[in-house]
Design a binder for this molecule. Sequence first.
Ligand code: ATP
Length: 241
Amino acid sequence: MLSVRNVHVNYGPIKALKGVSLDIRSNGITAIIGANGSGKTTLLHFISGLVTPEEGDLLYEGISIAAWPTEARVKHGIAHVMEGRRLFKDQTVYDNLLLAAHFRTPRLEKKTITNKMEQVFQRFPILESKKHQPAGTLSGGQQQLLIISAALLSAPKLLLLDEPSLGLAPVIIDEVYSFLQELKQAGMTIFISEQMAALALRIADYGYVLDRGAIVKSGDSAYLKALLASDDLSSIYLGKG
Ligand code: ATP
């Protein structure tokens, strides 16, 4: 579905990505794993059009979209859930969903939006019970589920998630991850960045290991899990999750 080709990104003298190439396949989960500072966020920002590369290309369903602005990528189905749970914390849960629906697909009919919001509330009754509360009053895990649900309102073709486990308690991480597993079973295409390799490899079909801006390993999750177990993927690169 999406191919990253030989991407170089510099921040002044810092070479954040040094010739990264990878493929995100349809209907499944691809993971990018690597230590803090390895370049995962930069890679997701490149895919969303939030950083300009020195060099490289991005093919989406076979066409180059490297020159497209972020809004065009969103409109064509690339939804990005950023690191750090960005919500309008003073707005209600309900309004956050409404804003997300309007921002991503301004021409959605009101009825369609209402139906989609109903689906979110059916899946997460806790969000329904708190729909009139400011989003900032939700727990970290509830905020993460809200933000992923908000991204799904536009029925994206590709969901990008930057460290969805960051700062969450293990039991909540399990909840977020089982939701991602559900989405995968429903046929969603997901690209996930994680520092905790074991966690990402639990649900990913295929993974890439990023180390200081370069892909150093790649393979299906069974292969990467075996490397992790054998310590070939040193804990210098990876949290063991
Ligand atoms: P994290 O887990 O902290 O998000 P990461 O793997 O996502 O790490 P990046 O955030 O992409 O890594 O950072 C890659 C490198 O680029 C790091 O050395 C980082 O310090 C540097 N970097 C990132 N953003 C900027 C910026 N805006 N200006 C300068 N350097 C940056």
